[in-house]
Design a protein around this ligand. Structure first.
Ligand code: NDP
Length: 481
């Protein structure tokens, strides 16, 4: 039984209240560890440590701060195998995915922001003959970072790295469902020479320690990634303090497939995109609109490929499709599959839980699932399922596809599949999503703004957007008359 601890002031501490939560392996359904069920007493320790660390950390020469972040990145890569195994066990994702994507990306996040802080500059505005204005961008102080369970270390570090690079101290909370790599990050930070108190990592429930972190008056900014309902609750909880908040929330992402696309390539790409991490990536397309002349061909090829993704033990090297993250999430996804049937959808493949033999017999596995014949306005097509469930719908005109794609409370990411460049530009302007990918998916340049519109969030992460979020800007005006 693995017992985790909070990381506070460079030390691993048991929760002050002595309470723990079970940590369950999704692939086996078995409890394999315990994590602190932290409360305000633990938060107070972390705040005190951050308060002490902030003056020296924020004043540290940029090169030194960048060196420490670079060392964290290197240590993550040195421990890639161990971290990937931990992520796969905690989350149920294929080990190969954790090795290829999650852990290398966590390392890149630190490496990228180690450079970004040395390239971050501010503006000057000259008033001819009379004065010069310049902007100072200073760290906020102590900030909170809260991340979800789907890409645990990847998203945790996507927030922590820019916050630290900008000179803030950070108190971070991973999801209680996937705490293991966040715990190991504490060891890595000590090893890389991050001064005590600069980063604290508290484990526990969102509704308890998460909510306490959000509302604490010493937390000057909060970067949150998670569900839209939680994001709205956080916006309400912080409004009274006028706290700076960045919210990266849910999605219901459309894919628009035109008859002039490369059909074989598009099918390959969209099967990967729809079912990567068992459909548990906020960017996965889940509403696929296909131009009528290629609908039948696309459907047959898509279903054939989806069926070939066989759920299996995520720890096996050859596994491409693992477990859903928890029993509660499995129930939610199965509930939506039933709803799609009740709403009159035709099931093309999947649609059921599967038992993977051996050690995974009690795990949370669902087959890749595809429906057609559902109206765009039904709940299946409007609500985020966040699992391996997609719907196919034909369309006749570009305008019709656009209206259906934009008919959503969400606005995170869309994909567009066409060889018509003019169409790509036209729709790129009109799609109501923070990200538009044309003939690709999840092609990421860390300098670009990342985030959603409408119910998918407020603010943007990535590159200089993140550096701006984690700093307060001040204008200094000097008269020389
Ligand atoms: P949740 O909103 O349930 O939880 C996200 C994080 O917030 C967890 O650490 C959770 O802790 C914590 N939390 C829960 N309630 C509170 C609260 N009241 N105050 C403070 N913190 C709280 O989301 P999930 O973990 O279920 O993640 C899935 C969601 O995340 C999906 O909607 C998905 O689309 C979205 N997402 C968005 C991304 C984006 O970039 N836009 C990227 C990835 C995911 P605990 O787990 O302990 O409850």
């Amino acid at each position: 039984m693995q017992i985790l601890a909070n990381f506070i002031n460079g030390e691993f501490l048991a929760p002050k209240g002595g309470r723990y939560l079970d940590n369950i392996e999704p692939a086996s359904g078995k409890v394999y560890g315990q994590i602190p069920d932290s409360d305000e007493a633990d938060l107070t320790l972390a705040i005190d440590a951050a308060d002490k660390a902030f003056p020296a950390w924020s004043a540290m020469p940029l090169e030194q701060r960048a060196d420490i972040l670079t060392r964290i990145s290197q240590r993550i890569l040195e421990r890639l195998e161990e971290l990937a195994a931990a992520e796969s066990k905690d989350n149920g994702k294929p080990l190969s995915l954790a090795k290829m994507v999650d852990i290398p990306r966590a390392a890149s996040n630190f490496a990228f922001f180690a450079h970004a802080c040395s390239q971050f500059s501010s503006e000057a505005h000259a008033m001819a003959g009379s004065a010069i204005n310049y902007s100072l961008r200073q760290p906020l102080g102590i900030v909170g970072c809260i991340s979800p369970w789907n890409l645990p270390l990847y998203l945790f570090t996507w927030k922590i790295a820019p916050a630290l690079a900008a000179g803030n101290c950070v108190i971070a909370k991973p999801s209680e469902i996937t705490p293991l790599t966040a715990y190991l990050l504490g060891e890595i930070c000590n090893d890389a020479g991050l001064p005590p108190g600069v980063l604290s990592i508290l484990h526990g429930r969102g509704a308890d320690i998460g909510a306490a972190l959000v509302s604490h008056p010493k937390i000057k900014g909060l970067s949150f990634t998670g569900g839209t309902a939680t994001g709205k609750a956080i916006a309400q909880a912080t409004a009274g303090q006028l706290k700076k908040v960045s919210l990266e929330l849910g999605g219901k992402n459309p894919a628009l497939v035109f008859a002039d696309c490369d059909v074989d390539k598009t099918v390959d790409a969209l099967v990967r995109a729809s079912f990567a991490n068992q459909g548990q990536i906020c960017l996965c397309p889940s509403r696929l609109y296909i131009e009528r002349p290629i609908y039948d061909r696309f459907k047959a090829a898509f279903v054939e490929k989806a069926v070939s993704l066989i759920p299996g033990d995520p720890a096996q090297v050859e596994c491409k499709f693992g477990a859903l993250v928890s029993q509660a999430h499995l129930n939610k996804v199965l509930g939506y599959i039933q709803l799609a049937k009740d709403e009159g959808g035709t099931l093309l493949c999947g649609g059921e839980q599967v038992q993977v033999p051996g050690r995974c017999a009690e795990g949370y596995f669902v087959k890749p699932t595809v429906f057609e014949g559902l109206d765009n306005s039904c709940r299946t097509n409007q609500e985020e399922i966040f699992g391996p469930v997609v719907t196919l719908q034909p369309f006749d005109t570009e305008e019709e596809a656009l209206v259906m794609a934009n008919d959503s409370q969400y606005g995170l990411a869309s994909t567009l599949w066409t060889s018509d460049l003019a169409r790509a530009h036209r729709l790129g302007e009109k799609l109501e999503t923070g990200i538009v990918w044309v003939n690709c998916w999840l092609l990421r340049d860390l300098r670009t703004p990342f985030g959603g519109m409408k119910g998918s969030g407020l603010g943007r992460e990535g590159g200089l957007e993140a550096m701006r979020f984690f700093t307060e800007v001040k204008n200094v005006c000097i008269s020389f008359i």
